[in-house]
Write a protein that binds this ligand. Sequence first.
Ligand SMILES: Nc1ncnc2c1ncn2[C@@H]1O[C@H](COP(=O)(O)OP(=O)(O)OP(=O)(O)O)[C@@H](O)[C@H]1O
Length: 584
Amino acid sequence: MLRAAPRAPLHRLLSHARPHLRVLLVGGSLTLAGGAVGLAQPLAARYVIDALGAGGPLLAPVLLLAAAVVVGALIGALGSFLLERTGQGVVLDVRRGLAGSLVRLRVAEVDRLTPGDLVARLTADTTLLRTVTTSGLTDLVTGAVLLVGGIAVMAVLDPVLLLVTLGMILVVGVLMALVLPRIGRATQEAQAALGAMGGRLERVFGAFRTVKASSAEDTELARLDEAAVDSWRKGVAVAGWSALSGTFTGLAVNVAFLVVLALGGGRVAAGTLEVSTLIAFLLLLFYLMQPIGMLVTSLTDLQAGLAAVRRIDEVAGLDREDTGGGTAGAPEAPREPASVVFEDVVFRYRPELPPVHHGVSFAASGAGLTALVGPSGAGKTTVFSLIERFYDATSGRVLLDGTDVRDLPLRDLRARIGYVEQDAPVLEGTLRENLALAAPDATDADLAEAVARARLTDLVSRLPGGLDGVIGHRGVTLSGGERQRVAIARALLRRPRLLLMDEATSQLDAANEGALKEVMMDAARTTNVIVVAHRLSTVTGADRIVVMDAGRVRAVDTHAELLEGDDLYRDLAAGQLLAPAQGN
Ligand SMILES: Nc1ncnc2c1ncn2[C@@H]1O[C@H](COP(=O)(O)OP(=O)(O)OP(=O)(O)O)[C@@H](O)[C@H]1O
C-alpha cells in the first residue's frame, strides 16, 4: 500500500539509537561489566574448590565468590534500567517524529490511506523499537564480547574441550542464519495484519450507526476476526521459529555439556585433567549460555525491529505539507476581504482519474456573497479544496489576492480563510476547544461574539457546562444544524478575509436555514463569502451565482438574470419551487 523507504532499515534503526549513544554506552558497559564479573564466578568457584581440596582457609575465596555474585547482579540491574529507560526515550522520539509526519500529510495521501493502519504504526510498531534499539543492540555487542571472552578463558583452561564448544557454537550460528529471515518476514506480516485490523475497526466506528441500522454487525465482525486471526497466525509463526531456535540452542549446549563431561571425565580418571579445571570448564560452558542466549534474542529482536522500521519509514516517505513560514493566526490589520480568481483550472484528483475540473474560470472579490450552484458532482466542493490547497491544480492557476496559492506559505494562505466543511465535523472535546481550534488565542469576548453570530446561544445555555461542556466523538451529541453552526462559529473566530461555506445537503430545518442565511449575509457585509449552495433559497440574494456543470462554469450572474438566461439554473430553481420552469 505504501512506498518503500529510501534508506536501508538497519541504517535507519541505528539512526534512532544514535542520539542516545552516550547512555547506551554507559548502560552497555555496565551490562558488560556485570557479565565480566559473572565470567569471574567460575574462576572464583575453582578457587573455593581448590581451597577446599587443599584444606586451606576458606573465608577469602568464599567472600570473593559472594562479592562476584552480588556486584555482578547490582551492576547488571543498573545497566538494564538505563537501557530500558533509553528504550522508552527512543520510542518517544520516534512517536513524536511519526505523529508530526502523520498530522502534516497531504490530503491526497490521506485519501488513499487507512487511518486504523496508521494508528497501528504509531502505537504497535514503535513499541517494537523499544527493546531492539537499546538492550537489543547492547546485548548484541555484549553477547559477542562475552562469548569471545568465554572462549578465550576456555582456550586457556583446555584447548581440546574448547573444540567441542566451538562445534556447538557453529551449529547455533547455522541455525540462526536459517531462522532469522523467517522471523523478520513473519513479524512484518503480523504487524501489517494488526494494521489491517485497526483499519477494519475504524471502518466500523466511522459508520457505527449505519452498521447497526444495516444489521451488519456479524459481517463486520467476520472481517475483524479475519484480520485478528491473520495477525495471530503470523504471531504464532514468529513464536514457533523463536521456540525452535531457542530449543535447538539449548539442545546444542546440552549436547556440548555431555560431550565435555564424558571427554573431561575420562581425562580426569586418566589423571590428565584436574577435576577443578573440568568443573570450571563446565561452569563456563553453562555461563556461555547467557551470551549465546543474548545473541539469539537480540538477533530475533533485531528482525522485529527492522520489520517495524520498514513500516514506520513507509510513512516518512509519504508527501507532507510544508506549513513552515508565514504568520499563522497573526491578525492582520486591516482585514480586507480577500479576492479569489480561478484561471482556466484543470484538475484531476489522481493521475489515473478523469479531470473533475475542465478549465474552470471565475472571479470573486471584495465583500459580498458568491454562490456556487450546480448538480451533484459538478465540482463545487473541489473549488474550495483547491483554494485551501488541499490539492494543487493540474493546470491553470488559483489566485488569492492576486498571488498564485502555490506561491503563498500554507499558513499564510489558510490564515486568511475560514472554512466550513459540508459535513461540519466536530472534534471530540469541549465546545470551547472546538470553537478555538482555528483561533487558540480567542478571548472570552471573541467566543461570545462568535457564539451570538452563529446563533449558538441556545446551545451554550442548554449544554451542561456551557462552553466547557463536552461534545461527544464526532459531535454525536449535537444535532446536524448545531454542528453546522459550531463549524460556522469556528470559522468566524478566525476573522477570515475569505469565508468558504459548504452548505449541508440536509440537516437544516426552516428555522436553521433562516439562521444560516442571516449569518451568511451578515458575514458577507465585511468579508468575501463563497458558499456552495444546495438550496437555492439560501442564495437568491447573492451578489453573483456561479453555475457549474460537469467540471465547467456555465454562467456567472445574479439570480434574476440566471432565471432568464440559463436553462440549467432555471431547472434547478424549478426543482426547488423557486420559479416556474421554462414552458410551465
Ligand atoms: N478525494 C477525492 N478523490 C477522488 N475523487 C473525488 C474526491 N473528491 C471528490 N471526487 C470526485 O470529484 C467529483 C466532484 O466532486 P465535488 O465534491 O467537487 O462535487 P460537488 O459539486 O461539490 O458535489 P455535491 O453537490 O454532491 O457536494 C465527483 O465526481 C467526486 O466523485
